[in-house]
Design a binder for this molecule. Structure first.
Ligand SMILES: Cc1ncc(COP(=O)(O)O)c(C=O)c1O
Length: 356
């Protein structure tokens, strides 16, 4: 058999949350998508880009995604030359690894967090300096003062939904001796604070945002990164030229400009989040206070949690269960509509009654 690089041969593939086939009717609370549709302006913009015949699709998309970056520059009041577009935040992460991390160099992140950081590190042949969180998901001291090329923090973190204090992240960035702090703000719109100012002020900080959560555009694959002009230029060198297609660029720009729509959906999700938290607590689950569009809730032990995941799945409700260290006694539940959350709570009540 042909052999690939040894680190690739040895690594495990990233396992995305289940994506059921089209037409299968389920309540999908497993990959933190938004339960509400995107802004109506998105479909309008996509239709306009397609035109009657789709003729424009003959031509490549804009490698610089100017329409999208211009909208981001206006909405976030950030210099356009310091904004980069990605095919989802996932692609921006891949660019960061490619641009910053040579084989054998170290990257750092707390555990548990977004699993893709580890996958990308293995693909790159990087050494992983991972540090366990405490029970309350405080920023681990061991991440300070290292020479890691990338220090990766999801803020809010997944699967805990917890945030860090911006002052702490400023101190962390100042302490890093040889690399940058990557703040992955996929869920920032659902939190009370964010760290965009750090990317504005500090050369060794980048902040990433996605359109997959608050903008209801997971299927479009759109992310943006804010960083120094030097970092953005460097990342652009390692990106696929036409990394965003024409429809995605049009959709993203339209969505960014409809700030009222996004704000309204975020507010609805936050209201339902509070209901979900109360409902889970009433059933005896231990929830972690969430600044995100999901809640991580612990049960008595791993058997009970794994059983709950299976029971819910049989009833057509998909949530995320991580059979992993420090996580296997919990369930990560995306905040859906009120009706979906009612169905989830009813099914969990039934499961717990059966368990006695
Ligand atoms: C912390 C975090 N970062 C990034 C992503 C991926 O974002 P995107 O859909 O923009 O690739 C996710 C998706 O769940 C996430 O949880």
């Amino acid at each position: 058999m042909v052999r690939m690089r040894s680190n690739v041969e040895a690594m495990e593939a990233y396992v995305p949350g289940e994506q059921p086939a089209a037409g299968v009717k389920i309540i999908k609370l497993n990959t933190n998508e938004n339960p509400y549709p995107p802004s109506a302006r998105v479909a309008e913009a996509v239709r306009a880009e397609l035109g009657d015949s789709g003729d424009r699709l003959r031509l490549y998309s804009d490698p610089k995604a100017l329409a999208l970056r211009q909208a981001a520059a206006e909405v976030f009041k950030f210099p356009i030359e310091r904004i980069l577009h990605g095919n989802g935040s996932d692609e921006l992460l891949a660019m960061l690894f490619r641009a910053f991390v040579a084989e054998g160099e170290t990257i750092a992140f707390p555990y548990p967090t977004y699993v893709l950081y580890e996958t990308l590190a293995h693909a790159q042949g990087a050494k992983i300096g991972s540090v366990d969180f405490d029970r309350d998901f405080n920023l681990p001291k061991e991440l300070f003062g290292t020479d890691a090329r990338l220090t990766l923090l999801a803020a809010p973190n997944s699967p805990s939904g917890t945030v860090y204090k911006p002052e702490q992240l400023r101190e962390l960035a100042a302490s890093l001796t040889n690399g940058i702090l990557v703040i992955d703000e996929a869920y920032a719109e659902f939190a009370e604070s964010n760290n965009l100012e750090l990317a504005r002020e500090l050369d060794n900080v980048v902040v990433m945002r996605t359109f997959s959560k608050s903008h209801s555009l997971a299927g479009m694959r759109l992310g943006i990164l804010f960083g120094s002009a030097h970092v953005v230029d460097g990342l652009a060198k390692v990106k696929d030229s036409y990394n965003l297609d024409r429809l995605a660029i049009a959709a993203g720009a339209a969505s960014l400009r409809d700030t009222a729509w996004t704000a309204q959906n975020v507010a609805r999700v936050k209201t339902t989040r509070a209901r979900l938290d109360t409902g889970l607590k009433a059933l005896g689950l231990q929830t972690i206070p969430s600044s995100s569009n999901f809640i991580f809730a612990r049960m008595q032990n791993a058997d009970i949690a794994a059983g709950a995941y299976r029971f819910l799945k049989e009833r057509g409700i998909l949530i995320r269960y991580f059979p992993a260290r420090l996580l296997d006694d919990g369930l990560r539940i995306t905040v859906g509509t009120d009706t979906e959350i009612d169905a989830l709570l009813a099914a969990l009540t039934e499961y717990l009654a059966k368990k006695g």
